[in-house]
Design a protein around this ligand. Structure first.
Ligand SMILES: [Zn+2]
Length: 149
């Protein structure tokens, strides 16, 4: 995780109307344990089992179904550049942030391509989607698992 790209005098800077604290909480929500735990609860409730965590796979997916060859990523909206309003446009260091997010998105695409080549099905869930439409997240996972019987 990269560090705050500034110095002391930026303490009071706001990013896209967010305070530093609000922005930091969004930044750190990538790979956030709270988000992952929320999905664990949803999976259990939906009766979906067989998943593993912390598998040493490319891109470090959050959930892996080794037998069904399905991986699930829960992507933080800020770092992965989701156009949902949580992906704020910083007013300072704009280029640096944009570049960082652009590289993350590129890496996501590369990871998806390579995993697919290895026969994995990929489900990417946005952090905001998990919060607002948990049922549709579960549906997508269920469909991916279902196609492998
Ligand atoms: Zn989002």
């Amino acid at each position: 995780m990269s560090r705050w790209p500034g110095n002391a005098e930026m303490e009071r800077t706001t990013f896209g109307g967010l305070s530093r604290g609000q922005l930091m909480s969004r930044i750190h929500s990538t790979g956030n344990q709270t988000t992952e735990k929320r999905l664990v609860v949803l999976l259990r409730r939906a009766g979906l089992s067989g998943w593993r965590r912390h598998r040493p796979l490319l891109g470090r997916p959050d959930f892996v179904w080794p037998k069904a060859k399905v991986v699930v990523f829960v992507d933080g909206c800020f770092w992965h550049g989701h156009d949902c309003g949580k992906n704020v446009s910083p007013k300072t260091n704009v280029e640096a942030w944009r570049e960082k997010i652009r590289r993350n998105k590129e890496r996501d695409r590369r990871v998806d391509r390579l995993l697919r080549q290895q026969g994995w099905q990929i489900v990417r869930i946005w952090e905001c989607e998990l919060a607002k439409k948990p049922d549709s997240c579960i549906d997508r996972i269920r469909k991916a698992l279902g196609t492998r019987g």
